[in-house]
Design a protein around this ligand. Structure first.
Ligand code: ASP
Length: 312
């Protein structure tokens, strides 16, 4: 699919996680915080796209804003592992070249998406994990913080509640962040960042940093970012599945997204996806009661939390 290079429009879609939140269960402060965070992320990314700059820079900037916002399960405010620490995963991909950078199991790097971008820019490796990844960040002067810096009291409470119930966070609540964008040159990019799932085993890596599962971008199909029960998104190779439904299967972006979610549901998983195409088309969808999400283009910005708000 070749995007017309004239009269192109830019577009940015962000998510702040899919989950079981409902208007009656979310306190007004959480709701206000989520909406404000999504607005701020859209603003940061749109400021770049409006200047006719790169989709890759726009998705990084949007995700970076959400990582710093403790309302979301990425960077500060991330969920805790079963052993009570925080491990962060992130990935970014450039649809123009399919260059990608991914990091997993970070414990001290404040800006996971910036480290993923550094891996992409270095170009030597695609995926770096654990202590080696934090060391790479340190060596390049990316800010390091104590692991406890990422923790907020609500996430500790959620972990304790879940452990008391003897469980693992299958009923994902909210958080993982992602952005997809198409710039005026018709290039697409995707970025995703997360603390993963509450009470995950330490060392567990979800779909978010896996290229093709939680994050994917190609100018020949789409840019995609996922949120949800990561194990199922990995098994479905969700983001790449969506892209290939467009490229090989000839489905529309929205049909490809809905079909991919149906495939994940058939495995037993749930969550949401956002996607943009090089021609400026955009889509989102989710199989949970809600997904924090927003969209910006030259005509304005919209932010939605629950399914009933879904007038795209
Ligand atoms: N997909 C993320 C993971 O499994 C979690 C989420 O999206 O909330 O790590």
């Amino acid at each position: 699919m070749a995007a017309a290079m004239t009269d192109m429009r830019w577009r940015l879609v962000v998510h702040g996680g899919a989950g079981s939140m409902r208007p009656e269960r979310l306190d007004p402060e959480q709701e206000r915080c989520a909406r404000a965070g999504l607005e701020a992320a859209l603003e940061a990314g749109a400021a770049i796209l409006e200047k006719r700059e790169d989709a890759l820079d726009a998705v990084q900037a949007a995700v970076r804003v959400l990582e710093e916002d403790s309302c979301f399960n990425a960077g500060r405010g991330s969920v805790l592992t079963a052993t009570g620490c925080i491990e962060l995963d992130a990935a970014i991909m450039d649809g123009r070249t399919r260059a990608a950078g991914a990091v997993a199991g970070l414990r001290t790097t404040r800006a996971p998406i910036d480290l993923a971008r550094l891996v992409l820019d270095e170009g030597q490796h695609v995926f770096v994990s654990g202590k080696g990844a934090d060391e790479l960040a340190r060596n390049h002067g990316l800010e390091q913080v104590e692991n406890g810096w990422f923790e907020v009291p609500e996430r500790r409470r959620q972990l304790e509640e879940l452990l008391a119930a003897g469980g693992f966070d299958d009923e994902i609540k909210y958080g993982t962040v992602g952005a997809v964008a198409v710039d005026v040159d018709g290039h697409v990019a995707a970025a995703t960042s997360t603390g993963g799932l509450t009470a995950k085993r330490w060392g567990r890596v979800g779909d978010s940093p896996l290229i093709g599962a939680g994050t994917y971008a190609s100018d020949s199909s789409a840019a995609v970012s996922a949120t949800g029960s990561g194990e199922y998104f990995i098994r479905a190779v969700a983001a790449h599945q969506l892209a290939d439904r467009v490229r090989i299967g000839g489905q529309s972006l929205q049909d490809a997204l809905d079909s991919t979610l149906a495939d994940i549901a058939a495995l037993g998983g749930k969550g949401g996806l956002i996607a943009v195409a090089p021609d400026g088309d955009a889509a989102w969808g989710f199989t949970t009661p809600a997904m924090y999400r927003g969209m910006a283009d030259s005509s304005g910005r919209t932010v939605h939390l629950y399914s009933e708000e879904d007038e795209r």
